[in-house]
Write a protein that binds this ligand. Sequence first.
Ligand code: NAI
Length: 463
Amino acid sequence: MAEYDFDLLVIGGGPGGYTAAIRAAQLGLHVGCIEREAALGGTCLRVGCIPSKALLESSHHYEAAGREMAAHGVVTSTVQLDLATMMHRKQKAVKTLAGGIAHLLKKNKITRYLGHGRIDGPGRVVVTTTEGDVALGAKTLLIATGSEVAALRGVELDGDRIGTSTEALSYPEVPRRLIVIGAGAIGLELGSVWRRLGAEVVVLEYLDRILPENDAEVAAEAQKVFTSQGILFQLGTRVVAARTDGQRCVVVSDGAEPIEADRVLLCVGRRPCTDGLGLEGVGIQLDERGRIPVGEGFRTAVPGILAIGDCIAGPMLAHKAQEEGVAAVEMLVTGYGHVNYDAIPSVVYTEPEIAAVGKTEEQLKQQGINYRKGVFPYMANGRAVVLGHTWGRVKVLADAVTDRILGVHIIGHHAGDLIAEAAVAIEFGASSEDLGRAIHAHPTLAECVKEAALAVDNRATYI
Ligand code: NAI
């Protein structure tokens, strides 16, 4: 009889967890995966990236039908919003994709447990299911429990009018006024959705800028375009309280008059999800931000327990968790694995999209790295003109001595797709000259990337 039930038990069925489980099974391990929600896919699939992108797409069509189609000679008479159908389409996408993950686990012979997993000692997990506790043993445990919305003191979340992104993905009607607390990716994406559908959107942000993780120049451009679209920004505004008052919500900020709205969306960041995991019992101490410290091979302080994704340090992004999941199990099985933290792209799926990989100009200045900068505007790109999306630019930052690409920042239509080649370039250690010499199909938006790379050496052709 085997000593353990499994070679590897993964706690958490989100992008990090299910990807790690699949890769481990491909490498020949006997794998179990514990997830407390009925649907696999984690926050990203159930109440995050996927449903928000579905609503961004639908709301974009609604706005384009009303405002943009006429410029193409497509005349619509009345454009109506059927919010219930929009929400149904979103849920259908979630269901299809969650079913796809369940299928992949089955195909890879991964045993799925529906319940809350608690570590009961090295190699031991108790899963609390609706039918009672199940005790499991595994040679290695991998924690991939992700993150949850961070609360803000004074903001009374009622799970309805004052809520988080989860509620904002399912409002039953378009709010007349929506107050968004925090100008990060979530606030701007969901703020865009509800603005397009007709809400007055007011974004309250503590800092004097939006998108704190992005390149400052790009963030300033983004603020200009979102303002022109109708989003109202109040920067330098620290929210200290929010409460419901009948059907209304009241939001109070430091040194400002209270503001009223129909709904409030709190999105001031996320915190690692480690409650009830039994970490203290096995001797894992969290760091000052509640994250699980890991060393080489994603090993925690306790032998046989690994951790990846949002519950450890680094950007809280699905693809970062997926790469860490793959690297962790590859290191475990083969001794080799790799995550290049300098080449993790990020995308904000507004219109225009905002995408980045590598270092910002501020980081390069802070680190005293001499760089050269090449910028190319969408306006000078043929494809952008015929698409009717000329607002945007690509910025390439390269080392002043070696020409190695250090960062690429794009704001513009389909920036999220264009950033992929920049991530590959950084991964391969490419120079701006490499990117500038690579042939890009004409006419494509990707030519903006090539031209921005050429612009690093002042040799862009079309500006
Ligand atoms: P965030 O950390 O990106 O932004 C939160 C903002 O709230 C900050 O600008 C902060 O200054 C502000 N803030 C904090 N306290 C405040 C207060 N009292 N009053 C006013 N403003 C205050 O957080 P967000 O948008 O909630 O996203 C959470 C995580 O999820 C991030 O790591 C983000 O990268 C990730 N995410 C990424 C997406 C993407 O890549 N498309 C989409 C959604 C989330």
